[in-house]
Design a protein around this ligand. Structure first.
Ligand code: IMP
Length: 199
């Protein structure tokens, strides 16, 4: 079984990626198995941050690595919070504070001006100095609601209206979300490239 390190400790992400690769003879190892600390996300793009995370994890584990970076882009805010999504209301801010800031910043803006999208970039590095990472990307279009709805998911999910479902992302089951989400799309794109490598 070929091992790939996943630069994340989120058990949901580990399970989801493992499930997609189990029949390809790949074992996904969480970064906690090597006590790898989180790296500082100093990049200005999702691609840079995903590569930084994968390089760091591959360097410390000696394994090939997968990492992702994601965020929310709101058109009325010129694409913010973008790569700063996790720390929009300040370093160490929690989801509630970030969501409250987003609602404040969009106060008075009607639905037509509240278009937004989640973006995810997922990369694979064969080793820590791999000069040509595989890159999967996913985009999920939606509208920022005027108040939170739903309790599933995380981050901005309670404020993200999924037009094709008529509900917030936080009202979808994990399976429904994976089928539509930026992360699900990026992962499927990356897995297709990994399978191409194996051929
Ligand atoms: P990172 O990719 O772990 O750096 O996370 C970026 C941030 O973007 C998260 O902390 C969330 O605030 C936001 N985000 C990314 N993906 C999602 C999602 O699927 N739902 C809600 N928020 C998300």
């Amino acid at each position: 079984m070929k091992k790939i390190l996943l630069a994340s400790n989120n058990p949901g992400k580990v399970r989801e990626i493992q499930a997609m690769l189990i029949n390809d003879g790949i074992e996904i190892v969480p970064q906690s198995a090597f006590q790898i600390p989180d790296v500082e996300e100093v990049g200005l793009t999702f691609v840079e941050n995903a590569i930084l995370k994968a390089q760091h994890a591959s360097k410390l584990s000696g394994l090939p690595a997968i990492a992702d970076d994601s965020g929310l882009e709101v058109d009325a805010l010129g694409g913010a919070p973008g790569v700063f999504s996790a720390r929009y209301a300040g370093v160490g801010a929690n989801d509630t504070a970030n969501n409250a800031k987003l609602l404040r910043d969009l106060e008075g803006i009607p639905d037509a001006g509240r278009t937004a999208r989640f973006r995810c970039v997922m990369v694979f590095l064969r080793h820590k100095q791999d000069p040509s990472p595989l890159i999967g990307q996913g985009v999920w279009e939606g509208i920022i609601l005027h108040e939170p709805r739903g309790v599933q998911g995380f981050g901005y999910d309670p404020l993200f209206l999924v037009p094709e479902k008529g509900c917030a992302s936080a009202e979808l089951s994990p399976e429904e979300k994976n089928q539509l989400s930026h992360r699900g799309k990026a992962l499927r794109e990356l897995v297709a490239q990994l399978r191409g490598l194996a051929e």
